[in-house]
Design a protein around this ligand. Structure first.
Ligand code: C2O
Length: 553
């Protein structure tokens, strides 16, 4: 296997957007960060050196990290943060995956500025199971804050209220012409194309807190891949993509020049409570010369209403595994352990002698699974777990428990009145499962503070999305409709607003694996838990010891 070396120098850099210059944390001075391109089977070594005052970790979002959990990256889950002046080498192999993923910081809200494409090409002699594209283009969606994003969330956690929303969405780091003060052409992403060609757009939603609709005027997109797994191709004018989701789509350019330029637009899908950034980012699809028409303004695509849940449900139902002879779906047919988790917001008490700006002006916002809001431990869980099990000197604090509840602690009814007890409790609680357990989890959105879609992300695994529906999950009737043949395989799925989704995965990867809402605001409010997958009996079923440079807390 080929070894590929990268170096990430974490540095401050002045960046200007919306006529506002700020000093921000970057990788190698770039925003968005550098592109990593590897092939299936390659070994990656990324040396991350921290030159900034902030703590930092980098997560390789969607990489399976088979027996390489020490390289996964979520702070206080698989590693302690890389402190100022320190470095850490992320060392892992790409096993059985090809497609588009991304890397991002996994500490506080640092990923607002620390993210970039992670492109997994097929092995050298392998081709795509779809038409070979003329060109491949990463399209990263992001959010821009004029303020420092870490200060934004710190202030929200202090006061208990909702954080300030972003000032713009971006395409490849650029807010585009629809915002004030971005008229200077360099603030707009332009995709220059030739007629009659097929382009592969590698879509990545790296926004912090928003699922997005995306469309290009007068062009149809063919989805061929989701979260680095091949899907049955399907056409649509409008894409829905949640934070943490990636998707490859084919764009066929017109054989002639009906127009010179077309807008590509993205704006949020949102059904929750409180404020959100409801602005629109535009990029431009531009046909190369000779142009027929020079002076027509770009055509604009029409996007669904901000809260169009039925469009989103319909769109997500189109995703199915390719399930070909070469890329078969390996859906677990039987279930060893079955779980039911509610997912949603809630409140926690306001400290005495403080006024809080959360719900009813007397509480703090919190978010939970099964009504447990998960505080991060002070030493990484994987370290704690590994050194206890391997019988090293057991001197770390036991700052987690293994009693994450299999069922919710509070009612969650959708079809009746929402429960009025909104309080959640705190606990760094995990579920321990033996190696090779076949797991099913039903994720049920709650109505405690209103229905909202949550992009749930699982580290260390892909899962199959075997079922979804609206209202309350019915354990007696719904499982009979599960798709156990060709369900889509992903690492991030939207738990539908006012509905549920059922996932299955095989726990064949020993380690500690975070599962959380990929809205950073919900993550910060505690919407996360961790699975501990025990070692198997065979040597190649065990997690090796940590690398010597693993950061200390
Ligand atoms: Cu991309 Cu834990 O996340």
């Amino acid at each position: 296997s080929v070894k590929r070396h990268y170096k990430f120098d974490i540095r401050l850099r002045n960046v200007t957007r919306l006529c506002h210059t700020k000093s921000m944390v970057t990788v190698n001075g770039k925003f968005p960060g550098p592109r990593i391109v590897v092939r299936e089977g390659d070994r990656l070594e990324v040396k991350v050196v921290n030159h900034v005052p902030n703590n930092v970790t980098i997560h390789w979002h969607g990489v399976r990290q088979l027996r390489s959990g020490w390289a996964d990256g979520p702070s206080y889950i698989t590693q302690c943060p890389i402190q100022t002046g320190q470095s850490y080498v992320y060392n892992f192999t790409i096993v059985g995956q090809r497609g588009t993923l991304f890397w991002h910081a996994h500490f506080s809200w640092l990923r607002a500025t620390l993210y970039g494409p992670l492109i997994l090409l097929p092995r050298r002699n392998e081709s795509y199971p779809f038409q070979k594209p003329y060109k491949e283009v990463p399209i990263l969606f992001g959010e821009w804050w004029n303020a420092d994003p870490e200060a934004v969330i710190a202030q929200a956690l202090q006061t208990g209220g909702g954080p300030n929303v972003s000032d713009a969405y971006t395409i490849n780091g650029l807010p585009g012409p629809l915002y004030n003060c971005s008229s200077n052409g360099t603030d707009t992403y332009r995709l220059k194309v030739k007629p009659g060609k097929t382009y592969l757009l590698r879509l990545i939603n790296a926004a912090l807190n928003d699922e997005l609709f995306f469309s290009i005027a007068n062009h149809t997109l063919v989805t061929v891949e989701a979260d680095a797994t091949y899907v049955k191709p399907f056409e649509s004018e409008i894409i829905v993509i949640g934070p943490g989701q990636t998707s490859n789509v084919l764009l066929k350019t017109k054989p002639e020049y009906p127009n010179a330029t077309f807008f590509m637009l993205a704006r949020p899908y949102f059904t929750g409570i409180g404020t959100f950034d409801n602005s629109t980012v535009a990029g431009i699809l531009e046909y190369k010369k000779p142009l027929n028409t020079v002076n027509t303004p770009p055509l604009k695509p029409t996007l669904p209403a901000i809260n169009d849940t039925s469009y989103v449900a319909n769109f997500s139902s189109k995703f199915l595994s390719l399930n070909s002879a070469k890329y078969p779906a390996k859906v677990p047919q039987k279930v060893d352990k079955s779980f039911f988790f509610t997912v949603g917001l809630g409140t926690s008490p306001c400290p005495k002698n403080q006024t809080c700006q959360g719900p009813n002006n007397s509480s703090k916002f919190a978010a939970s699974m099964n009504n447990i809001s998960f505080p991060l431990p002070s030493i990484a869980l994987l370290q704690q777990h590994f050194f206890r099990h391997a019988n090293y000197n057991n001197n770390g604090p036991n700052s987690y428990t293994t009693d994450f509840p299999a069922l919710p602690l509070m009612p969650f009814n959708y079809t009746g009145t929402p429960p009025n007890n909104t309080r959640v409790s705190n606990g760094t609680k995990t579920v321990v499962i033996p190696f090779n357990t076949s797991v099913q989890v039903v994720l049920q959105d709650t109505s405690i503070l209103g229905a909202e879609s949550h992009p749930l992300h699982l580290h260390g695994f892909n899962f199959y999305v075997v079922g979804q529906g609206f209202g309350n999950f019915n354990p007696n009737t719904d499982p009979s409709n599960f798709n156990l043949v060709d369900p889509v395989e992903r690492n991030t799925v939207g738990v539908p607003s006012g509905g549920w989704v059922a996932i299955r995965f095989l726990a064949d990867n020993p380690g500690v694996w975070l599962m959380h809402c990929h809205f950073d605001v919900h993550l910060s409010w505690g919407l996360r838990m961790a699975w501990i997958v025990e070692d198997g009996k065979l040597p190649n079923q065990k997690l090796p010891p940590p690398p010597a440079d693993l950061p200390k807390c």
